[in-house]
Design a protein. Sequence first.
Length: 173
Amino acid sequence: MSKILIIYSSVHGQTRKITDFLQQELVALGDEVTCATIDNPPSLADFDKVVIGASIRHGKHNPAVYDFIANNLALLNSKANSFFSVSLVARKPAKNTPETNPYMQAFLSKTEWRPKLLEVFGGNLDYQGYNALDRNIIRFIMWITKGPTDANTKVEYTDWDKVTYYAEQLHRA
């Protein structure tokens, strides 16, 4: 049994939903799991493993994620650790691995941290759940990338079997 901390940064709730799912899976495997937002995490010293999950908004991870990592790099490196990224780009088979996902590669280029386990998950597209600015920006991006642009679209691209497998990897790490 491990004491696992999952820290997340979520904009529209899908990263939080994935975090909650991971917590359920890991608890079922016998781990003790605490979830916290990037803005209010507990001390890393109290945990065996640390996982950070972050969503993409307008092509970027939350700057607070990079600040947190920079401020806790030594502690992160001293433990079993992982990072997962959630984005609509990961809905595409050619961009749904850490090696092929441009946001994961951008993340790795912007931080000294080299997580021991990396993963990417498709996000959730819910135009009606966005404010007008986000809805228009995301529709434009979807138009460019040949994704759905109908304003009534609501599609969850998260592969929950992949999330389950990731939980099993975290448990074994």
